[in-house]
Design a protein around this ligand. Structure first.
Ligand code: FES
Ligand SMILES: [Fe+2]
Length: 348
């Protein structure tokens, strides 16, 4: 293997998404006991459903008979039945039944890869194993989502762009006062600044030097053994009701190299009556503003070519973007090297 081949494998891994990670793939309410839910994760087709006890199961979306998508099928007695010829598979990926053929030898065979799944804060997370982390590490959630003093809403959206652009966008506070200049509070503050980047206990923080608390002025990334997320604050004017800023906590699902699904929790630290009034206000009025802002991000990112990286000219404000790339590349390098080594050992 030449250095160039290795470099392109690393780049491919970064573009597809790191393995050895938990990723959100759906809202909890989207996974039902009545019908399967198909999606893709790191380019691989997966299917999810709830078994008889309400537990979510996840398999590769491939019927062991001839490869039809199981997600086109039906849930029967907690298992999934293929639409094409009725083969039934359980949540462990074992063939339970071949209804068209008595005593078929397929029955009892473990035929499919199953994935570990967990539900947190209205979202469903799936673990994609890596060679060095076949078993899922702990899924560390943002502190706001494990605390009772915060309340909020999960919103998701599918963007036709590589997940890296969604992350880059979050690591780039300076776009707030330009791209979102027409929106609600995001027009505030100065349009010129310098950025700084600081290491934090679990990741990094990128922030504007000249202003804090006026606009989308900073963002922070937390990186754990099994997951990564970002958070940032959007200041609210008094008209937005009680509580101070709105905090956004974001995860991304790398669907495939050209598609990502973003998961944003919009949260506020408010208690008592203020809590209910904010929740009401959010649904009645604020949610639409936030959607409009998110749409501005989506349209911009979808308009950028997949290989913009090859021609871009970064400047001082892109510290966060550069740091993210470094982190992803380093992690991908570790994974690829481990895989190459294992392949070498296997070939000996
Ligand atoms: S392809 Fe699924 S039962 Fe035949
Ligand atoms: Fe934005």
């Amino acid at each position: 293997m030449t250095a160039i081949d290795k470099k392109s494998l690393i780049e491919k891994r970064v573009n597809e998404g790191l393995r050895g990670q938990w990723y959100p793939v759906a809202k909890s309410v989207e996974i039902k006991t009545s019908r399967p839910y198909g999606t893709r994760l790191l380019g691989e087709k997966i299917v999810l459903w709830r078994d008889g006890s309400g537990k979510i199961r996840c398999l590769e979306d491939f019927c062991p008979h001839r490869g039809a998508p199981l997600s086109y099928g039906e849930v029967h007695g907690g298992n999934i039945a293929c639409r094409y010829h009725g083969v039934v598979v359980n949540g462990d990926g074992v063939v339970e039944q071949v209804p068209a053929m008595p005593d078929c030898a397929l029955e009892g065979r473990k035929a499919l890869t199953s994935y570990e799944v967990t539900e947190r804060n209205d979202a469903v997370f799936v673990y994609v194993p890596s060679l060095d982390k076949p078993d899922a590490p702990e899924l560390v959630m943002p502190k706001e989502l494990v605390s009772d003093s915060w309340t909020g809403f999960l919103c998701t959206s599918v963007w036709e762009t590589n997940y890296r652009y969604a992350l880059d966008n979050l690591a780039d506070p300076m776009h707030g006062c330009y791209l979102h200049a027409e929106s609600f509070t995001l027009a505030y503050g100065s349009k010129q600044d310098l950025m700084k980047l600081d290491k934090t206990e679990h990741g990094f923080r990128v922030e504007r030097v000249g202003q804090v608390g006026e606009n989308f002025d900073w963002s922070e990334f937390e990186v754990h053994a099994g997951d990564m997320f970002c958070f940032l604050d959007i200041p609210y004017p008094p008209a937005a009701g009680p509580g101070s800023f709105m905090r956004i906590v974001g995860f991304v699902q790398p669907v495939d190299e050209h598609t990502t699904k973003v998961f944003f929790w919009r949260l506020r630290e408010v208690e008592g009556i203020a809590r209910e009034s904010w929740r009401f206000l959010y649904r009645a009025q604020l949610e639409e503003n936030h959607w409009n802002v998110l749409e501005q991000d989506r349209v911009m990112l979808e308009g950028m070519p997949d290989d913009a990286r090859r021609r871009e000219m970064l400047y001082q404000h892109d510290l966060g973007v550069s740091r993210l790339r470094q982190m992803l590349t380093r992690a991908a390098k570790g994974q690829i090297e481990a895989e190459l080594k294992a392949a070498e050992v296997a070939a000996e």
